[in-house]
Ligand binder design. Sequence first.
Ligand code: UDX
Length: 446
Amino acid sequence: MSETKIAIHGTGFIGLVSGCCFAIKGFKTINSTYDQIKCDQINKGETPFYENGLEELLREALATKNFKCVVGRKYAVLNSDVSMIAVGTPMGKDYSINLTFIEKIAEEIGQILQNHNQYHLIVVRSTVVPGTTRNLVGKRIEKLSGKKMGEDFGLCMQPEFLAEGRSILDTLEPDRIIIGELDKKSGDILQKIYGVFYEDHLNNCPILRMNLESAELVKYGNNCLLATKISYANEMSRIAELVPGVDIVQVMRGVGLDYRINEKFLRAGVGFGGSCFPKDVNAIISFARAHGYDARLLRAIMEINEDQAKHTVDLLENELKEVKNKKIALLGLAFKPGTNDMRFAPSIRIIDYLLEKGAQIIGWDPVAEEEAFKIMKNSILYADKIEEALLDADGAIIVTEWDEISQLQPNDFKKSMKTPIVVDGRRILDPTKFQDEITLLSIGKR
Ligand code: UDX
């Protein structure tokens, strides 16, 4: 059992997963939220969103008696040594980062620390543009608490790299830990916590210490490079489509085997979505622009990503001559398999473009229908089964690589569709098996 008590402000992917992980590693942990319903759910062992293995982990954390969730920040701050900030930093209307929730939590912590005479370490875990931890969080806490940063309270920035669907594994077995620190004392406290948390895992997981701003930029550097790899693969797939017989899957396999590159994140397709890549790449483009730099490469990455969704529709349209009043089935709506998350999902861009062209759309997804409905409402139809989506369809686009879709056979399309024309936006159908049976248009293979 560790002496250090941790408060985690926020109950999203980062907040709830790390809260549970700290508890099972023997830390007294309090998660805080403003949502009473969410709080009650969590304390009963129910997760407020779907994540692989999280419900079991939450129950395990509750069983240790180390873990609880509370409403409001005060109890959590006053009963802990460290406050980790894991609130959302969504994309604003102008594509820049919206720091409203960060500002609010900093003010709340500042007010609470006013009458608290114990040193408290504040660790920002949310993704924030460089300068935010020091100039917004640190200074706002100083102003409201009347205390001095570096003396009365410490400040760190520790970016989080977890991917949805593997949040628990990414938290328990990260490949590195980045500690941005205001001063040595702050960094030492955090490093000591991770010494207890990770024990032997640290033999394979370097801890890098740096200043706050560098740590903030590591997170953007990471997501921007991964997004770059995807847009690069998508651009190469467009070039591959110019040459008969070339297959982007083979090309990227060949490229990825270079020891300097690696094959991960080189899968061409309908483009990337999710809660991080689109938001973070846009946030850093806006940040650079506000500081007088035009981030041309990153702008191109977003442009290619937007375009890729349209390209899947164009492929179908070329084959059908027009999509107006045609029934188009979308197989998969979530931004990736294993989640019901629809944030910035490529399906949204595809649907918008298809609707602009007057198509009638029916979507199928094994888990994301409810989330999709919140965004698309009745602008599309929803099918309970794949067969229902394909029935009498003039064309289909594969948007998410769910197993149920990878397992489809040529006959599944032939028997249900009016014309079996399928765009494989994720390269999950084997062209050699399908090409003589249906019209298969695979991304990156003409
Ligand atoms: C990502 C990062 O991986 C994670 O480190 C960060 O903390 C948050 O953002 P996540 O958004 O959960 O995680 O999903 P990820 O698996 O990275 O996929 C993001 C998107 O890229 C998905 O839409 C996926 O389909 C797409 N993708 C991924 C591709 O199109 N091609 C690839 O080769 C890989």
